[in-house]
Structures are given as C-alpha cells and as structure tokens.
Design a protein around this ligand. Structure first.
Ligand SMILES: C[S@@+](CC[C@H](N)C(=O)[O-])C[C@H]1O[C@@H](n2cnc3c(N)ncnc32)[C@H](O)[C@@H]1O
Length: 185
C-alpha cells in the first residue's frame, strides 16, 4: 500500500474539497453522501472487499468522478497524503474493540489522530460517530488533548446517513454520539 505521495489536485482537480471516509463498511453511508453532495470528493478506505465492490458498482453506474477507493488499511494509506490536503475525515461507527486488551487497536487513538489532523487543512473537520458510550468518552479525551483541534459532542447531524451498524445499535438500545472537531491551527 505504501507508495508515492498522492497529490489530490491531480486526482480531483485543483482546490477540491476532499473527505476521507475511514472504514465505510458496506458503503451505504458513503454512497448516500456521494449522491447527496456531488461537489464533495470522497476517498473511501476499507479493508472489507464486499463493501469496496458495492461502492465500485455504485460509482460506475452513476459515473462518479468524485469518488475514489482504497482497499486496505488506512494506516498504510495515510502516509501517502500530503499535510493539509483533506477538508474532512469521517470515522463513523469504528470497530469498537470492547475487550480491554484490544482497546489499543481503536482507530481513535493519539498516534492516529495526530496523523489525521496533520492531513487535515486548517478549517477542516474530523467527525466521529459511535454508539459505544465508553468509546465516545475515550475519543473525547483523545481529541480534546489534540491542541490543533476544537470541538466536541454535537447533536446527531440530520445529514449523516443511517447505516445498518447504527440501526443495529438502536435496536439493541444504544444511542449514537457524534463528535465534530475542527482543525484550528
Ligand atoms: C463497524 S464498521 C462501520 C462501517 C461504516 N462506517 C458504517 O457506519 O456503516 C467499521 C469498518 O471499519 C473497517 N476498518 C477497521 N479498521 C480499518 C482500517 N485500519 N482501515 C480501513 N478500514 C478499517 C472495518 O472493516 C469495518 O468495515
């Protein structure tokens, strides 16, 4: 996955607003956002091949020029992005890694969020949604500690698509928490 630095101007054209969707799963959310916001470019990164295939189908049938996909681990892909090149990062319903011994794998952790903030432009946003209350609390701690960010818990944005992960959580009695932080410096 490591490779040449990726100039997003070359991929999407100059001054495009580019959002990185980390772990788009089955692709429902990515497809809905790509359809609703054709001027917002999306790079989706996912390790799960069936989800990637579903988004490729949607992108081909809609002839989307504003969607690109990476099949693989976002941690391998991130180093290819230039600092300040993203207008947004979405981490919606990240794998929760509930067992204490596994929690170091959570994607919202200082070493990863530091890299993500570096790739965000000033004014860009990092949006995390999770229905694991303890993960939300931990994420607030991680993101509050990043001095380049300002933000916190927000009401669930109406525009965020509801995916099967969210529906499953709601059916099991969990409520999602949305966190939106802006890079301020
Ligand atoms: C619980 S699902 C949520 C999917 C989607 N965001 C949604 O809200 O419906 C989390 C997804 O993150 C993906 N994922 C986990 N770690 C990843 C990584 N390091 N790089 C890319 N994708 C990852 C998993 O394969 C899984 O599909």
């Amino acid at each position: 996955m490591f490779g040449e630095p990726l100039r997003l101007d070359d991929v999407f054209g100059p001054d495009a607003a580019v959002v990185l969707d980390i772990g788009f799963g089955g692709g429902e959310g990515l497809i809905e956002m790509a359809s609703a916001r054709p001027r917002e470019c999306i790079i989706g990164v996912e390790v799960h091949t069936p989800g990637v295939a579903k988004v490729i189908d949607a992108a081909e049938s809609n002839e989307w020029e504003h969607v690109r996909l990476v099949e693989g681990d976002v941690l391998d892909f991130l180093p290819r992005l230039l600092p300040g090149s993203l207008s947004g990062v979405r981490i919606w319903f990240p794998d929760p890694w509930l067992k204490r011994k596994q929690q170091h794998r959570r994607i919202v952790r200082p070493s990863v969020t530091g890299l993500l903030v570096d790739r965000l432009r000033v004014g860009g946003t990092l949006h995390v949604a999770t229905d694991i209350a303890e993960y939300a609390k931990q994420a607030v701690g991680v993101l509050d500690a990043e001095h380049r960010l300002r933000g916190g818990v927000v009401p669930r944005p109406e525009w965020r698509p509801e995916t099967r992960f969210e529906r499953r959580g709601l059916a099991e009695g969990r409520t999602p928490t949305d966190l939106i932080y802006e890079r301020i410096t």
